[in-house]
Structures are given as structure tokens and as C-alpha cells.
Design a protein around this ligand. Structure first.
Ligand SMILES: *[C@@H]1O[C@H](CO)[C@@H](O)[C@H](O)[C@H]1NC(C)=O
Ligand SMILES: *[C@@H]1O[C@H](CO)[C@@H](O)[C@H](O)[C@H]1NC(C)=O
Ligand SMILES: *[C@@H]1O[C@H](CO)[C@@H](O)[C@H](O)[C@H]1NC(C)=O
Ligand SMILES: *[C@@H]1O[C@H](CO)[C@@H](O)[C@H](O)[C@H]1NC(C)=O
Length: 414
């Protein structure tokens, strides 16, 4: 009997998957053979006498034929052999994973940069428009041309279905959303709508320049939002009569954008004089401060007495996300006091850390460019602090916009 069974698969070889499925088939074949053998024995018993040599060899031939057919049927062995032959012709290419990831990262950075440029253009133009706009104290609704997103109906004729947006849109203008509790004929809203209507031309320009761009929004402090392209407003959750609770000023993107991102180093005086209640108050104050930081901020904490050190395993500024803030908050509990406070040591440590962070930034957009803040918590005299600050910031190596805030805990307590 000549059946060619492929060589045992090499477990580290990618063909393992193929072999695993044919393993199931082999079990089927085994069942088939068993049935076949049973059939033969039933036949033998029916004959009553032992078959002759010729009959047996005929059976053997039949058996072999049938087995080959079944084997191929269940295992696809012919296909497998062909695949092996094809594989021998195929070539193996080594892929440079590092280069691949780098290319992907570059592509993403490029793409993000395009979006950032579009956004910057919008911001610049918006600033120009608002400066050039003259507030009109007697403005009327009829003076302002705007379309409310909520006024679009199902299958509105002004909207054309777009595959990209997965809904009906109109690229000619932006639509406006105003929260329900705001009177949309108030002077502030009407004036706001009037000057922002000039943004449409830039929305349109941006999308012409970058067809990947999706929605563009403008959120106003007075509560209205412009959304381009115009489309029907959908209240989420989609329940009948569910009130529209949307207010752009409560959206994450609005909150993050309206409080400017900052890089913050917190200096905590851990000298002997801080012992006791002062230390406890400082710890609570710093933990509270941490909670006010958002994901666009970068932060780290330094403790200093006669020497200075990071309070946690982070040795540079880290994103103020939930996890990092938790780690820092826990580390605050382990700060111990002792020795004399040397403010210059602490500040020098902080300035160096800023310089290093700027130079060794992991990615182009990590950290804020212009808002660098040192928060100093100490019971020492503030005069000394300002002197030292002057000295370290005189060459403006850190940033022209560098700010320092000192908190004197002596005053807080007394
Ligand atoms: C957009 O709306 C205006 C009127 O509101 C309409 O004239 C125009 O045809 C619409 N655009 C498209 C693409 O439907
Ligand atoms: C279009 O995009 C290019 C490259 O991103 C940019 O240089 C150019 O200023 C943009 N033009 C307009 C009109 O937005
Ligand atoms: C300050 O002093 C104490 C006790 O001498 C010490 O445990 C602590 O690590 C010191 N340094 C800093 C930077 O907090
Ligand atoms: C940037 O990182 C490298 C390697 O980690 C380090 O040697 C260098 O000193 C860092 N730059 C600054 C300004 O500290």
C-alpha cells in the first residue's frame, strides 16, 4: 500500500496551522478505515469459509484504492502536496519590523501634522475675525444667517448622503447647535453667530486641502457650537423624547482646549522644619493640585532638603493621565522630612529636568511649548525663593514664558 504521508510538521513552522486542521481529517480517515474493516469482517462471516488468496489480494487492491480516494477526500493531501511544491518555489523575505513601524509612525505623524496645520489655520483666522468684528448691541435675529442642526429633518432635501460621513451632509456651510437652556436670540449668541459665520470659508478650504479630514467644530464660550459640514443633529441616547443635554462647553475637547496645556514641576520642601502638620497640609495641597491637571498636561514631583530627588520612579515629566497621577499621589505619602532646606538645590534640579525634558522629548508633540510652571511648596521665606529663581531663570534657558508659583505654608497655617 503506497500512501504518502507528509513529513511531521515542524512545530516552529508556520504550516502548523494547516497541519492541525488536517489532523482532524486524519481522525476521520481512521474512522472510515475502521468502518471499512468492519464491513470486510461482516462479509467474511457471510461467506462462512476463509476466502482464497486471490480474493484477499483483490480486497487489498480495492482497499488501497478506496483508502487513497478517501485519504485525499478528507485530508486534501493532493492539494497539500501541491502547496508544498509551490512553497518550494516561493521565496522567504526578511521583514525589518523596526523600519516598518518607523514608517507607520512617520506616516501617522505626517497625517496628524496636516490636521494640526488645518486647525492652526482655523484658530489664526478665527482670532483675526473676532478682532475685526464690531459688537452690535442692537443686533436682531434677521441680521444673522445661520442654520440650526436641529432644524434638519429626516431625509432633509438640503442634505446629501455621504459614504464618508455615513449620513446626509451639506458641504456649503456649517450648522449651529445651541443648548436648550440658552435663548438663541440673546445678543451674545447672535453676535457670536455673526462673526463665526465667517469661519465657513476656512472649513471649506481645509476640507478641500485634506480630503481625510472629517468633522470640524467651533465651540463658543457662550455655549453655541458650529459643526462643519452641516448635518442633522442626533440626540444621544436615541430614545423618544429624550432631552438634548449637549453643551459643547462640557465636552472633553472643549475643556482641554480652553485650559491651556502646561508642563508642571512641583517642588516639595522635605526639610526638618516641615515636620508634622505642615507636611500633612502640603501633601494634601499637592494631591489636590494633581487632580486639576488633565491629559494635555505633563507633570512630575521633586522633593528637596539638602539634596533633591524625584519622589517616584518617574525621572522626567509624564503625562498627567489618571494612572500617572495615581502613582504620584501614592508616592507623596512616602515623603519623609529631615535636614536643612536648600532651595537652590531643588530649583537647579527642576531647571535641569525641564531642559532635559525639552531635549529628550519622546515625540514632537509631547509637552507644552510655552507653559512651563514650577510650583514650590515650602515654609521658607519667599524672598529667598525669588532670588534663586532670578538667578536660574536669568539666562531664560527654560522658556521665556516660564512661570513660578510659591506657596508659603507658614502663612497657610498661622
Ligand atoms: C446645501 O443647502 C443649500 C440650501 O440650504 C442648497 O441650495 C444646496 O443645494 C445644498 N447642497 C447640496 C450639496 O445639497
Ligand atoms: C494646503 O496644505 C498644504 C500642505 O499641507 C499647505 O502648505 C497649504 O498652506 C494648505 N493650503 C490651504 C489653502 O489651506
Ligand atoms: C530629606 O531628609 C530625609 C531624612 O534625612 C530623607 O529621608 C529624605 O530622603 C531627604 N531627601 C529628600 C530629597 O527628600
Ligand atoms: C538625553 O538623553 C540621553 C540618554 O538618555 C542623555 O545622555 C542626555 O544627557 C539627555 N539630555 C539631557 C539634556 O539631559
Amino acid at each position: 500500500m503506497v500512501t504518502r504521508i507528509p513529513a511531521a510538521p515542524n512545530p516552529s513552522h508556520p504550516q502548523v496551522a494547516v497541519m492541525a486542521t488536517s489532523g482532524v481529517h486524519l481522525r476521520l480517515v481512521a474512522t472510515a478505515i475502521l468502518c471499512f474493516l468492519l464491513a470486510i469482517f461482516v462479509q467474511i462471516n457471510a461467506y462462512g469459509a476463509f476466502p482464497t488468496r486471490e480474493v484477499i489480494s483483490k480486497w487489498a487492491e480495492l482497499f488501497q484504492e478506496r483508502l487513497l480516494v478517501d485519504l485525499d477526500k478528507f485530508t486534501g493531501i493532493k492539494n497539500l502536496e501541491k502547496t508544498y511544491d509551490d512553497l518550494r518555489k516561493a521565496k522567504l523575505h526578511k521583514i525589518d519590523g523596526h523600519a516598518l513601524v518607523e514608517k507607520m509612525s512617520n506616516d501617522i505623524t505626517q497625517d496628524l501634522k496636516k490636521k494640526l496645520d488645518a486647525l492652526e489655520r482655523l484658530v489664526t483666522e478665527a482670532e483675526k475675525k473676532v478682532i475685526g468684528y464690531k459688537y452690535d448691541p442692537s443686533i436682531k435675529k434677521s441680521d444673522v444667517n445661520f442654520v440650526k442642526l436641529k432644524d434638519f429633518e429626516d431625509n432633509d432635501r438640503r442634505l446629501v448622503y455621504s459614504e464618508k460621513y455615513k449620513k446626509g451632509v451639506n458641504f456649503s456651510y456649517s450648522g449651529v447647535h445651541i443648548p436648550v437652556e440658552i435663548w438663541d436670540e440673546s445678543l451674545e449668541i447672535l453676535n457670536g453667530l455673526k462673526w463665526t459665520s465667517q469661519l465657513d470659508e476656512f472649513f471649506i478650504e481645509n476640507i478641500k486641502n485634506d480630503s481625510d479630514l472629517m468633522w470640524q467644530y467651533f465651540g463658543s464660550q457662550s455655549g453655541f457650537m458650529r459643526s462643519y459640514p452641516a448635518s442633522q443633529w442626533i440626540i444621544i441616547p436615541r430614545k423618544p423624547n429624550f432631552p438634548d443635554l449637549y453643551d459643547v462647553r462640557l465636552r472633553n475637547w472643549y475643556v482641554h482646549a480652553s485650559t491651556s496645556p502646561k508642563d508642571m514641576l512641583i517642588l516639595m520642601d522635605s526639610s526638618g522644619s516641615m515636620h508634622g502638620q505642615t507636611m500633612e497640609i502640603m501633601k494634601i495641597a499637592v494631591k489636590t493640585l494633581l487632580t486639576t491637571l488633565g491629559e494635555n498636561d505633563f507633570v512630575n514631583i521633586i522633593s528637596f532638603n539638602s539634596t533633591a530627588k524625584w519622589i517616584s520612579c518617574f525621572d522626567t515629566l509624564v503625562q498627567a493621565n489618571r494612572r500617572n497621577k495615581q502613582i504620584l499621589s501614592k508616592a507623596i505619602d512616602y515623603i519623609e522630612d529631615g535636614n536643612m532646606a536648600k532651595l537652590s538645590v531643588g530649583l537647579e534640579f527642576a531647571f535641569k529636568a525641564f531642559a532635559q525634558f525639552k531635549e529628550n522629548r519622546s515625540e514632537p508633540y509631547a509637552g507644552s511649548e510655552c507653559n512651563q510652571v514650577i510650583m514650590l511648596f515650602s515654609d521658607g521665606g519667599t524672598e529667598e525663593a525669588w532670588e534663586v529663581l532670578e538667578k536660574y531663570n536669568s539666562d531664560k534657558t527654560v522658556s521665556n514664558f516660564f512661570k513660578a508659583y510659591c506657596f508659603n505654608l507658614n502663612m497657610l497655617i498661622s
